[in-house]
Ligand binder design. Structure first.
Ligand code: BGC
Length: 765
C-alpha cells in the first residue's frame, strides 16, 4: 500500500514528482474514451522508468505464445491490444539541452486528473542540469464528442534565462509492447503525408493488417499571437516530426496546441483513412482547444448526470467511487458491439486488453443501471457474434456439440494457454448465460431472448450436457477436472459453483424455451428448426438438473467448494503472519494448492449470483465459513464479499471490503497498479454501493432497496436508469428518498414493503 495521492472530491492529484511512483501514476491518471486510451505518459522526453501506452480499442496482434509444455488444444497466439502510435509527444530542447524530468531538479510538480470534465493536467517547475529553470503547464484530453480526436495544450515559460526553445511535436509508430513474447515489433509503416501544415503517419500491424492513421497539426502562440515560424521536418521509419525554434525570455510563455486525429481500419475503409484523418483534424483545429475542451466538459457533465454517486462525510470514499465510475466510462461506451472491456482497460498491457468472464460477472450491472439499455445489450451481442467461434472451440477440445466460450479472447478464439485456465475454468460459460438473465431481468427486453438469447443459452446448455458425466458410485451427475473461480485450486472435482451454474443454465434455458413457446410461438418455431432443439435433449437437461451432485457439509450447513475441501488443514487468514501475504508472491504453487486459502469468491460467487434461490441463513453460514479463508488476491473478490456482508447485516465487514475494492488502485493496495488499473473490479466497487449498501435488487420486475449507511458517511446518493425511468436515490442516516426524474410512476419495494413513487418518496428507515 502506498498512499501518495491527495484526496479531493472530483480530482486525483499528485503533488510531487517521485520517479518511483511514475508507473503507478501513469496508470491511475490514464485517459480514455472507449475508442482509444492512453497512459499518463509525459509529452516531453522522459528517460526515466515509464511504460508508454497509447491504445486503439480493438486493434490487436496475435502474438505467438510462449509455453513450457505444449498441450493439444492450446491456442497458437495470445491476442494483445497493441501499444499504438505515440501521438502525444512534444520534444523540447532549451538552448540545445533536452527537457527531461529524469535529469532535472523538479521543485514544483502537480499532476491532476479532472474527472468532472475529463482532462489530464500537469504543471511543474524544473531546473535543467545547466541551471536553466522553466515552468511548464500541460493539459490534454481524448474527446468523448469526436472520439478520434485528442488535443494537447502545452506551455513553457523560462524563469531565469533568455534563449531559444526548439519544439518538436511528433508521431512515433516505432513503438514496442513490453509484453511482446519474442521482443518483436508489431508495426510496419504504410505511408506518410505532409500537407498544409499537417503530418500524417499510417502504420499497419504485421499480421491481421489493422491500419492506424494519425494526423497531427499544431499552432504556437506567444503573448496571445499565433507565430508563423519556419518548420523543419524529420521523417524516418514509422516516425514523423516538425521542429520549430522560438526565442524566449524570462516570464514569456510559449503555448503549443497540438491536435491529433487517430483513425483505424476497424471503422474507416482502408483507402480513405488518410483523408478521413485530415478531415477530422482540420475540423478540430478550426474549433480550437478551448472550444473542444468546453464540449468535453459538457459531455462529461451529461455522463455524470446518469452515473454519479455522491457520498457526503467521507471525502476519500467520494474520490474513490468517482474514480471507479470515471474509469469505467472511459473504458467502454457501448457504441461498438465488437468491443469489450479488458481487465486493465486502456491503462496498461497486462491481460492484453482481452475479454474475460469479468465482463458478464462484474461489469454488466454497472452499464445496465447507468446508461441506455443498448449499451449493456451490446455486451451481450458481442458474445452472440462470437458464438460460432465458441462452438469451434468446443469442437477443438473434442466435444460433439455445444459452445465453450473462451476464458480470454479478442475475436472469439481462446487466447489463453495455461491448461488449468483454458481447459478447466469452464464456469465462464455459466456467467455468460447468467448475463442474459441479468439483462432481461433488469430491462424487461424479452425480445432479446428470441433474437439472440435462446441461441446462446442452447449452445451453452449443450456444452454442459456433454461436459457432465454420470457417476455410478454417487448415482449422480458430476463435473470433474475443473478450476473454479478460486484459481488457487486446479483440477478439482465437483466445484460447487461450477456444478450449480451449469444446472442453473439448463434451468434457465428451459424456462426461456417455455416462455418463447407461449409468448412468441412464431419465433420459437423458427428457432426450434434453426437450433434443432429436441425433446430428448431437454429431457436430458431435466435429468441433469434433478440429479446433479452438490457437495455439502451437513454439520456446518455449507456447500463444499469441491470434493475433498474439508480434508485440507483448516486455517484462517487472520492466523497467517502478515509476512506470508500475498501468498501468490510469497509461497510456492505447491504450497498454495495444498492450502485451504481461497483466492476469490467461489461458493460465495454462486450465492451472490443466485442469491434469490437461497435463504439468508444459508448465505450467512457459507459466508462465515469461507470469507475467513479468503485472501482476496484477485481484485474481483472484495466486492462480492462486501455485497453479501451487507445482505447478511455485517455492516462493518461490508464497509471494510468496500474500502479494499474502492481504493485498490488509488492506494495501490495489492502493489500492482504499475501494471495498470483494475478496471473490471471497479464495476464491483460500484455494485458494493448500489447492491451492497443500498441493497438494490430487481426480482421479477420489482425494483427493491434495503439500504444502510456506513457509519462514517452522512448520506449518499446515486442515479439509476431503470426501464425508462431515471431515479435519484438518497440514503440518509435514517431515511431513504427516491425521486423520479423521468418516466411514469413506479412501484418500489423498500425493506419488503410496497410503495408507489410518483415524484418523491421519503421513507423513514
Ligand atoms: C482472476 C480471474 C479474472 C482475471 C482477470 C484473475 O486474477 O482470478 O477471475 O478473470 O484475473 O481479471
Amino acid at each position: 500500500m502506498n498512499q501518495y495521492l491527495i484526496v479531493n472530491e472530483w480530482e486525483i492529484i499528485e503533488d510531487s514528482f517521485i520517479s518511483t511512483n511514475n508507473r503507478v501514476s501513469e496508470g491511475i491518471f490514464s485517459l480514455g474514451n472507449g475508442y482509444m486510451g492512453q497512459r499518463a505518459n509525459f509529452e516531453e522526453h522522459y528517460s526515466g522508468d515509464s511504460l508508454q501506452g497509447n491504445y486503439m480499442a480493438g486493434v490487436y496482434y496475435p502474438d505467438k505464445t510462449k509455453f513450457g509444455w505444449w498441450k493439444n488444444g492450446y491456442p497458437e497466439y495470445f491476442a494483445k491490444v497493441l501499444n499504438s502510435i505515440n501521438w502525444i509527444g512534444i520534444d523540447i530542447l532549451i538552448d540545445g539541452e533536452v527537457l527531461d524530468l529524469a535529469l532535472c531538479k523538479t521543485e514544483v510538480f502537480r499532476r491532476t486528473l479532472n474527472m468532472k470534465e475529463g482532462f489530464l493536467e500537469r504543471s511543474f517547475e524544473a531546473t535543467l542540469p545547466s541551471g536553466k529553470k522553466v515552468k511548464v503547464l500541460s493539459k490534454r484530453f481524448l474527446s468523448i464528442v469526436t472520439e478520434e480526436i485528442g488535443a494537447i495544450k502545452y506551455s513553457i515559460t523560462p524563469l531565469n534565462f533568455t534563449g531559444e526553445l526548439e519544439i518538436t511535436p511528433y508521431l512515433d509508430g516505432d513503438i514496442i509492447n513490453e509484453d511482446s513474447n519474442y521482443d518483436e515489433k508489431f508495426w510496419e509503416e504504410v505511408s506518410k503525408v505532409n500537407s498544409k501544415g499537417k503530418s500524417s503517419l499510417k502504420i499497419k500491424t504485421k499480421r491481421l493488417d489493422f491500419h492506424v492513421c494519425s494526423t497531427m497539426t499544431f499552432d504556437i502562440f506567444q503573448k496571445g499571437k499565433m507565430l508563423s515560424l519556419p518548420i523543419h521536418e524529420t521523417s524516418k521509419d514509422k516516425y514523423i516530426s516538425k521542429t520549430v525554434k522560438v526565442s524566449c525570455n524570462p516570464d514569456l510563455e510559449t503555448v503549443i496546441y497540438k491536435y491529433v486525429s487517430n483513425v483505424t481500419s476497424r471503422n474507416v475503409p482502408l483507402d480513405s483513412l488518410t483523408e478521413k484523418s485530415f478531415d477530422l483534424i482540420e475540423k478540430a483545429q478550426s474549433k480550437g482547444f478551448d472550444y473542444l475542451l468546453n464540449q468535453q466538459a459538457d459531455a462529461w457533465e451529461e455522463k455524470w448526470l446518469e452515473s454519479d454517486i455522491v457520498i457526503n462525510g467521507d471525502l476519500s470514499a467520494q474520490q474513490a467511487i468517482r474514480f471507479n465510475i470515471f474509469q469505467l466510462n472511459q473504458t467502454y461506451t457501448g457504441e461498438d458491439d465488437s468491443l469489450n472491456i479488458g481487465p486493465k482497460g486502456f491503462t496498461g498491457e497486462k491481460y492484453g486488453g482481452s475479454t474475460y468472464w469479468d465482463t458478464e460477472a462484474y461489469c454488466l450491472p454497472f452499464y445496465l443501471a447507468t446508461a441506455d439499455e443498448k449499451i449493456a445489450r451490446n455486451l451481450l451481442v458481442y458474445r452472440f457474434k462470437q458464438l460460432e467461434k465458441a462452438k469451434e472451440n468446443a469442437k477443438k477440445l473434442g466435444y460433439k456439440k455445444g459452445a465453450l466460450y473462451p476464458m480470454v479472447t479478442m475475436n472469439g478464439e481462446e487466447c489463453h494457454n495455461e491448461w488449468e485456465i483454458t481447459f478447466e475454468e469452464i464456469h465462464r460459460n455459466g456467467a455468460i448465460a447468467h448475463a442474459i438473465f441479468d439483462y432481461v431481468n433488469y430491462t424487461d427486453d424479452k425480445a432479446y431472448l428470441g433474437e439472440y438469447g435462446l441461441t446462446v443459452l442452447t449452445e451453452i446448455s449443450r456444452f454442459w450436457e456433454e461436459r457432465v458425466n454420470f457417476s455410478q458410485e454417487k448415482n449422480k451427475y458430476v463435473i470433474l477436472g475443473v478450476t473454479g473461480p478460486n484459481e488457487y485450486e486446479n483440477n478439482v472435482n465437483n466445484n460447487w459453483y461450477t456444478n450449480r451454474i451449469a444446472c442453473w443454465t439448463l434451468e434457465y434455458t428451459l424456462e426461456v424455451v417455455d416462455y418463447l413457446k407461449i409468448n412468441n410461438p412464431i419465433r420459437f418455431e423458427e428457432l426450434e428448426k434453426e437450433l434443432e432443439l429436441n425433446i430428448e435433449e431437454m429431457k436430458k437437461w431435466k435429468d441433469i438438473i434433478a440429479n446433479m451432485y452438490y457437495g455439502v457439509d451437513e454439520k456446518l450447513g455449507i456447500f463444499l467448494q469441491q470434493d475433498g475441501y474439508m480434508d485440507k488443514e483448516q486455517l484462517l487468514v487472520k492466523d497467517l503472519e502478515q509476512s506470508n501475504l500475498p501468498i501468490n508472491q510469497k509461497w510456492s504453487w505447491d504450497r498454495i494448492l495444498r492450502s485451504c486459502y481461497i483466492k476469490q469468491a467461489d461458493v460465495l460467487q454462486g450465492l451472490y449470483l443466485l442469491e434469490s434461490k437461497y435463504s439468508l441463513d444459508t448465505i450467512k453460514k457459507n459466508f462465515d465459513f469461507y470469507e475467513p479463508r479468503t485472501v482476496h488476491e484477485s481484485s474481483l473478490s472484495p466486492c462480492v464479499h462486501s455485497i453479501l456482508a451487507a445482505k447478511i447485516g455485517y455492516k462493518e465487514k461490508a464497509y471494510e471490503m468496500y474500502l479494499r475494492t474502492a481504493r485498490l488502485d488509488l492506494d495501490n493496495y495489492n502493489n500492482d497498479t504499475s501494471d495498470g488499473c483494475h478496471i473490471t473490479s471497479m464495476a464491483g466497487t460500484w455494485m458494493s454501493v448500489i447492491h451492497g449498501f443500498a441493497g438494490m435488487r430487481v426480482n421479477q420486475g420489482n425494483l427493491s432497496f434495503s439500504p444502510f449507511i456506513p457509519e462514517l458517511w452522512d448520506n449518499y446518493s446515486f442515479k439509476i436508469v431503470f426501464r425508462k425511468h431515471l431515479l435519484k436515490i438518497t440514503v440518509n442516516k435514517n431515511e431513504i428518498i427516491i425521486s423520479k426524474e423521468t418516466g411514469e410512476e413506479l412501484p418500489i419495494i423498500i425493506k419488503g414493503i410496497n410503495y408507489m413513487v410518483k415524484d418523491i418518496l421519503t421513507i423513514v428507515l
